[in-house]
Design a protein around this ligand. Structure first.
Ligand code: SF4
Length: 368
């Protein structure tokens, strides 16, 4: 089926859009939704426009393709304004030159940039420039078609869609993740991966993904999530969403391959018990055979990300003390601060052994 026909059909189905997730988490509603003229020329841009209208969001149609009005008098104010702004724009030409993203996937591509949550360690700090507004790309059909050029011959190619956003956090307004999943469902040798801290998975049920999309849930110890992951559903709700996505379709689930991204792992006081509780909860909910992977990511930061985070969250209790960390150089000569070797080893063995004991059939994709 043509992608645009699918878009039209979905739009019909989505006439009534939920405003809370199944667990009652209030879905994000931006205070301001701006559309550039180019974005409105796109059928998918029109679809988002109709959805935003039906949600009674405050819509602004811009005269040119530049987003303005994102700056406040202070950095804090700018943060607040930007995090409440959803901009529907066209992805620039550079977005069509895909970049590799090891160890997660072969290629990364982007449905959007920015995220409405407020994690005090946010991975986007320092990677995206300017005020942290949420930009959704209206030229989605071309972005998806472009991925085909990157397919390898006779080999499965994987594509990561959540490097610069949490796509599920925006799905109630955009519907773009469902389109993307269906697109990859029709490509036998292309696999999609995305990760989310959100739990509103209902719109992803019943899609023909053909096992080509892996939904990964980003989890942490409850104490870390409560303290540092503002604007996200709690850990229990996320695990229930993960269960729903993994359950076979005949049992009312999504039948997706799933994954758990444990990140950022932190040796907080009592960390073994805290993460043990998390594994208990996971084990109770993922208590059936399924295709399950784990990705283990310890906390790290760079001088640049620390500066941005300290502007966004000046009162954060997140530990970013350089003197207690080891340094690592990336391939471009930049520095990142990681836990020291002994701590890393301790954490790594704990997590790998917990997973081996509790989920013997799951695959640990990497520790970093
Ligand atoms: S969910 Fe991810 S992208 Fe969004 S604020 Fe948290 S860390 Fe950043």
């Amino acid at each position: 089926m043509e992608l645009l026909t699918v878009l039209e059909q979905i739009d019909e189905e989505a006439k009534v859009i939920e405003t809370t997730s199944a667990k009652g988490f209030k879905l994000w509603m931006p205070k301001r939704v701006v559309f550039t003229p180019d974005a409105l020329d796109e059928p998918y841009g029109q679809q988002i426009y109709e959805r935003a209208k039906s949600l009674n969001l405050n819509i602004e149609l811009l005269k040119n393709n530049r987003i303005t009005g994102l700056r406040g008098a202070t950095e804090r104010e700018t943060y607040k304004i930007a995090k409440n702004t959803l901009a529907i724009v066209n992805a620039p030409k550079s977005a069509f030159n895909l970049r590799p993203i090891p160890p997660s996937a072969d290629w990364q591509f982007h449905l959007a940039e920015g995220c409405p949550a407020h994690c005090q360690y946010c991975y986007l700090a320092g990677s995206l420039q300017g005020p942290p507004a949420i930009r959704v790309f209206a030229n989605l059909p071309s972005i998806l078609e472009n991925t085909v050029k990157y397919e390898r011959l006779n080999q499965v190619t994987s594509y990561e869609a959540s490097c610069y956003t949490d796509p599920l956090s925006l799905e109630h307004i955009t519907g773009g993740l469902a389109e993307t999943i269906k697109f990859f469902g029709q490509r036998p040798m292309s696999h999609l991966r995305f990760v989310s801290k959100f739990d509103a998975v209902e719109p992803l049920m019943g899609l023909e993904h053909n096992g080509h999309t892996r939904f990964r849930c980003s989890l942490n110890a409850d104490a870390v999530a409560r303290r540092l992951e503002g604007g996200t559903p709690n850990v229990t709700a996320r695990i229930q969403a993960l269960r729903k996505m993994a359950l076979p379709k005949v049992q009312g689930g999504g039948g997706y391959p799933i994954g758990v991204v444990l990140a950022p792992i932190m040796p907080i006081p009592g960390w073994e018990d805290a993460y043990d509780d998390l594994f208990n909860q996971l084990q109770q909910n993922i208590n059936f055979d399924c295709d399950l992977t784990f990705e283990l990511i310890s906390h790290r930061f760079t001088p640049g990300s620390k500066d941005v985070l300290m502007e966004w969250y000046p009162n954060t209790s997140l530990d970013m003390e350089e003197s207690t960390r080891a340094t690592k150089r990336n391939k471009f000569g930049g520095t990142k601060y990681v836990y020291n070797r002994e701590q890393m080893q301790l954490l790594k063995s704990f997590f790998e052994s917990e997973i081996k004991t509790r989920f013997p059939n799951a695959k640990v994709l990497y520790w970093t």
